[in-house]
Design a protein around this ligand. Structure first.
Ligand code: TYD
Length: 134
């Protein structure tokens, strides 16, 4: 499974816009947790891990940032998240780096699992070795 972009429908009228992210519908899993990241300087790199169990959808609901995904076998992709109705689906066991945060960036992270620090792989070398079967 590869990361892919989601385009949430924007429900709008004269009062403004509304975007819905419903589990197993707009987001391709049962939602167990949300968290959000803000106040990161432009030169900060966050993430820098892969998850054994969690799948994610990331949405920059304000501002922008970039997300680099890596499968450990040379398939590296960069996504710029800069619209509140654009989501990035990230499957299990994909390395992710979030960076180039705008000062107003709020990155909403929707996850398929509750927080469990033991499901994080925090060494890229170990991750790549595992993904390459070495
Ligand atoms: P961290 O995973 O380093 O953030 P990121 O990957 O987005 O750069 O998390 C920062 C801190 O917050 C760390 O002490 C763990 C804690 N944390 C939780 O307690 N629950 C959570 O769901 C998340 C994502 C982090």
């Amino acid at each position: 499974m590869k990361p892919f972009l989601l385009n949430f429908p924007q429900r709008g009228d004269e009062r403004g816009w509304l975007v819905v992210a419903e589990g197993n519908k707009d987001v391709p899993f049962d939602i167990k947790r949300i968290f959000y990241i803000y106040g990161s300087e432009a030169n900060v790199v966050r993430g820098q891990h892969a998850n054994r169990k969690s799948e994610f959808v990331l949405v920059n609901i304000a501002g922008s940032c970039k997300v680099k995904t890596r499968n450990g076998m040379g398939d590296d992709r960069v996504f710029e998240l800069n619209r509140p109705n654009m989501g990035l689906y990230i499957p299990r066991m994909v390395w992710k780096d979030m960076y180039d945060f705008s000062p107003d960036s709020i990155l909403l992270c929707i996850a398929s699992e509750p927080y469990d620090p033991n499901e994080y792989v925090r060494s890229y070398e170990a991750f790549a070795q595992e993904m390459n079967g070495t």
